[in-house]
Design a protein around this ligand. Structure first.
Ligand code: HEC
Ligand code: HEC
Length: 219
């Protein structure tokens, strides 16, 4: 007669333990997650920073960047990744973990939360993308606008700006990323975007982009 007693004691312990789990403990299947904050924290914050700023990879929580980029372009990049860089492909169709719906939520919510269209109502923004410009003009622009922080040869100045012509760095960033770095800066890391605006209007981004490539290839 001892066994049933022991058994019911164990069963009783199990039942009371399970009573600790409230409804919020119910496991949500990864595909069913539709909360932006949860999706971003799990999949993106490791590289783009908590709340989309301060990470190793591009600042996303930035009204200027969000004004430049189209939602469709973000959906495309998130889905397929950027070849040759650390940006992974997230869509299931490209071998990733996210459904098209989740990718859509990420892009849509980034625009909703982080774009401030009113701030750019009267500003003539440069094009989001474009072909590389002229490297000679770019060198001149670099000396005028960039050398004070990144050094005369782009090797960086301690306390001001990092190296930007390091071949290892250039090998893992796309031209588009360089263009965006010039247009929108990294205000979250102390690289100002305000002063970037006039290069922008004078076609500097394309030229600077060409300079970066030139250095990278000749170094
Ligand atoms: C392992 C690091 C890593 C992770 C994780 C990551 N990214 Fe990226 N992401 C990058 C890098 C690096 C780039 C820049 C690639 C390049 O050189 O063009 C980038 C670029 C982007 C861009 C494009 C910027 C542009 O307009 O060219 C978007 C948008 C973006 N990521 C969104 C996301 C989102 C949303 C997530 C999460 C679902 C995510 N990323 C996760 C590293 C990462
Ligand atoms: C006032 C200082 C300052 C000026 C001027 C400046 N930068 Fe920067 N830049 C920074 C800082 C700070 C960062 C953040 C990371 C680092 O330290 O390199 C940065 C980052 C960058 C990056 C890397 C972005 C990334 O995260 O991938 C590039 C590329 C770059 N700058 C290019 C330029 C170019 C080209 C110019 C001139 C058109 C320029 N910068 C002007 C301070 C500056």
């Amino acid at each position: 007669m001892r066994r049933p007693v022991a058994f019911s004691a164990v069963l009783g312990a199990m039942l009371s333990a399970s009573a600790c789990f409230g409804p919020e403990e119910v496991y949500t299947l990864p595909d069913a997650v539709t909360d932006f904050n949860a999706l971003f924290a799990t999949n993106c914050a490791g590289c783009h920073g908590k709340d989309g700023r301060g990470g190793a990879a591009r600042l996303l929580n930035d009204p200027l960047y969000q004004a430049l980029v189209k939602k469709e372009r973000m959906i495309d990049v998130i889905s397929k990744g950027v070849r040759g860089t650390a940006m992974p492909a997230f869509a299931k169709s490209a071998g990733g973990m996210l459904t098209d719906q989740q990718v859509g939520i990420l892009a849509e919510e980034m625009q909703k939360r982080w774009a401030k269209p009113a701030e750019f109502g009267n500003v003539a923004l440069p094009a989001y993308d474009g072909a590389p410009g002229d490297a000679t003009r770019g060198e001149a622009a670099y000396r005028t606008f960039c050398a004070s922080c990144h050094g005369p040869e782009g090797k960086g100045v301690i306390g001001k700006g990092g190296p930007v012509v390091d071949p290892a760095y250039l090998a893992q960033v796309s031209d588009q990323a360089l263009r965006l770095a010039v247009i929108a800066g990294r205000p979250d890391l102390g690289a100002p975007d305000g002063i970037y605006q006039h290069w922008v209007l004078a076609q500097w981004p394309a030229d600077s982009q060409a300079v970066g490539r030139n250095h990278g290839h000749s170094a």
